[in-house]
Structures are given as C-alpha cells and as structure tokens.
Design a protein around this ligand. Structure first.
Ligand SMILES: Cc1cc2nc3c(=O)[nH]c(=O)nc-3n(C[C@H](O)[C@H](O)[C@H](O)COP(=O)(O)O)c2cc1C
Ligand SMILES: [Fe+2]
Ligand SMILES: [Fe+2]
Length: 394
C-alpha cells in the first residue's frame, strides 16, 4: 500500500508487526515501520529500502505506482540493514539504477552487499535534478552511523531525515502526525531516540543546527521510521533537540534489582527520605521494567541511583548490564548514587562502583552498602545520601 505525500512523492514503506525486539534488544510493543519513499518525475528515485524479509511487500508498493525496473536512482541515507536488507532484491530487478549515497556509505555497501550497480557519490549539499524536482543531499555524520546523510526536495520542501526524527511504532495505515495520537508518538519517539541514538546526542544537536543554519523551508519531515510530520514538522525537531540537549531533569531515578527484597527495602528507604526532602523520585525494578523504558527514564535524570545485591560475587546481572548501557550509551555526566546488599563477602557494589568511577562518573557518598537486613545504621546512611542528592538537584 502507498500513500501520497504530495504530487509525485509517495510513501512506499512497510510495517513490521512481527519483530518483538528491535536490534534483537529493544521491545517494540507497537511494532516499527521501515519507511521508503518514491519520487516519480522525469527520473524515478526511491529513497531508502526496507529490512530484507519485507522486500517483496516493498516492491509491490512500488509496483502500484511504477515498474520498479524503471527506477533511475536508489538513494540511501544510511546503510543499516533495516533500510538496506532489500537492496539485493531491487538490484536484480533494476540493474540500470544508480545508487546515490556518501563515500563512506559506498565503502559500507561494498562490504555488506557488493552490488553490481553504478553509483553516484553524494557530496555534502550536492544537488541532483529529477526533472521538475531537485534533490539536495545534506551530510549528517554519526546520526547515528558514520555514513549518514539526509535528502531534501527543494521544490516541495520535504526533508527525508533518515533515522533522525524517527520513532518506534508501526503505522498501520496512519502515516501522518495529524492522523495519530501524539502522546503515543511522543513516547515511542523518545524511547527510540534514547535506545538507539543516545551515544550520538552531540551529533543530533549538530544535525539540528546544520539544518536550521541552512535556512531551508521545511513543510514536511519524512523520517525512516514512524510517522511523517506535515501538520507541525518542527514539533519533532524541537522534541529531539530537547531530548538530546544538555539540560538534565530535576529528578532522581532509582533503578534496582532484588531477588528476595533486601535491596528493595534499602531502595524504598532512600525513596522515602528523598520524598521527605521534596525530591521527585522515579523507581524501577529492572526485572519488571523493560530496559528501553529504564533507559528512556534515566537518560536525562539529574541523579541516577543504582541498587544491587551481590550475585556470585558480582552485581545483579541486569543491573550490571544497565551500568554497561550507561557507559556504552555515553550518558552525559551526572552524579550517580549506589546502594546494595550482600550476604557474606560482597562484591556487587564494589564492582559497579569501580566501573562507573573508572568511566568518570561522580559517585555520591555515602555508598549505602548493607550486610544482611537493613538496620538503623543503614537508615542513617540513606538519610545522608538523600540529603546529598537533594542538594545536587536544587
Ligand atoms: C544466587 C545468589 C548468589 C549470591 N551470591 C552472593 C555472593 O557472591 N556474595 C555475597 O556476599 N552474597 C551473595 N548472595 C547473597 C545476596 O547478595 C544477599 O542475600 C542480598 O542481600 C540479597 O538481596 P536481595 O534480596 O535484594 O536480592 C547471593 C544470593 C543469591 C540468591
Ligand atoms: Fe539506523
Ligand atoms: Fe533505522
């Protein structure tokens, strides 16, 4: 099924309502879409492909409008296989099409697929005429891969922004921002950016600045996942700007794991002490709350507290994994509190503290470390830690 964006420009992407975990990591309860766009002018261009198993559906969408063998240009904003897995299929059908992408994307294409198609290397801001419509390519490196660019139709003022401004959630026939519940879009877009793009936030900021500095008109933003923004294209730009910006929220987010409730009791104690000091607290049990939500709720939290029991001399595995995400996703600097419990020798709190301190996060004192059940002494420590956190969030 296709949808018209404007005369000669069509959505020909597909919905994925089958994959449970995006990247085999992140839960997508509403699915995801792989957006592709067809431009029918004197020349025919397709922007982005789709994930491999959806190639037939994608080609059928294109066939509703044109014979795919007549495609002149295959424009690839980025080489990640959720958008390029279908390339070998189209290469067979359209042997005369030219690939249009950045130099880095060309090298990546050769190592991923080695397609027997001609190519055009799109330099930054280079233009390509399709007849009545002119495309312009805007390099956007590391948004979120090194070879990324965006594509702009000058006459129609549509920006095909690649993964930037994307969102989780299949479209199911509702392709535009004015057709979908914006509260769901907002959460799914935020969850997308926090799980997929956090490590590249400074490139998001650079990309937004670059597009704004170009001073081009933007009537529509058509990303490679999620809805197309035509009612208010700047809404999603401003949201991405806010989510990737330097401001942290005045909130303390406690993320804990607990097998039998000892660590939970300490975490609850800290939460109560924080609330006495009027600190906004969010608290998540890592075993019950999906990692994508935990990440989304912590990326901008002014203070994060990790709670872990010791598990075979190491941190609770899911908390250890979350600490790795903080480091791997290069969470912007902010103070981190640590609490934990152990039965005999400990090790969990020590290892997680060392890892995050080595990654240059400021670890707040006191570290609340309890052998066995929480006691009076531990309550006093929670009180001190709460005071320090309240001070830091002022
Ligand atoms: C499977 C398992 C492994 C554990 N490994 C250790 C360990 O290596 N060192 C230690 O001091 N305590 C160990 N403990 C004890 C727990 O760390 C301790 O009981 C802790 O307070 C449990 O907190 P929780 O109820 O919040 O999970 C282990 C407990 C379990 C169930
Ligand atoms: Fe991507
Ligand atoms: Fe993508």
């Amino acid at each position: 099924m296709h949808r018209e964006l404007t005369k000669g420009v069509y959505f020909v992407g597909v919905d994925d309502n089958h994959t449970e975990l995006f990247e085999n990591l992140w839960d997508i309860p509403f699915g995801v879409s792989y957006n592709s766009y067809l431009i029918v002018d004197e020349k025919i261009a397709v922007i982005e492909g789709v994930k491999g198993p959806w190639a037939d559906e994608w080609l059928d969408n294109i066939r509703e409008l044109v014979d795919p063998s007549k495609i002149d240009y295959i424009i690839l904003n980025h080489m990640e296989p959720d958008h390029t897995g279908s390339l070998p299929d189209i290469a067979k059908i359209a042997p005369n099409a030219k690939l249009v992408y950045t130099q880095k994307a060309s090298a990546m294409q050769k190592s991923f697929f080695d397609l027997d198609l001609d190519e055009i290397i799109a330099e930054d801001l280079q233009e390509l005429s399709l007849g009545s419509k002119t495309l312009q390519f805007v390099h956007a490196k590391f948004l979120h891969w090194p070879e990324t660019m965006m594509t702009y139709i000058k006459e129609d003022e549509i920006l095909f922004s690649c993964d930037a401004f994307g969102a989780f959630g299949a479209l199911n026939g509702l392709h535009f921002d004015d057709e979908i519940n914006m509260e769901i879009i907002e959460w799914e877009a935020k969850r997308y950016v926090c799980t997929i793009i956090t490590a590249y936030f400074k490139f998001v900021q650079a990309g937004i600045k670059k597009v704004k500095d170009l001073g081009i008109g933007i009537k529509m933003i058509a990303p490679s996942h999620g809805p197309i923004y035509r009612k208010d294209p700047m809404w999603i730009v401003n949201k991405y700007d806010e989510w990737s910006g330097p401001e942290l929220e005045k909130v303390c987010t406690i993320v804990y794991g607990s097998m039998y409730g000892f660590t939970f009791r300490v975490a609850m104690n800290l939460k109560k002490e924080l609330e006495k000091l009027d600190v906004t607290v969010k608290m998540f049990n890592i075993s019950y709350t999906g990692l994508s939500r935990v990440i989304t709720e912590t990326v901008r939290a002014g203070v994060i507290v990790l709670g872990t029991p010791t598990y075979d001399a190491f941190p609770f595995p899911k908390i250890w994994n979350f600490a790795n995400e903080i480091q791997g996703k290069r969470y912007p600097p902010r103070p981190i509190g640590i609490l934990g419990t152990y039965g005999w020798q400990g090790g969990g709190v020590e290892k997680i503290t060392k890892q995050l301190a080595d990654a240059r996060y400021e670890i707040l004192e006191p570290i609340v470390h309890v052998k066995g059940r929480p006691t009076e002494e531990q309550s006093a420590q929670c009180k001190s830690l709460a005071k320090v956190i309240a001070e830091r969030l002022k």
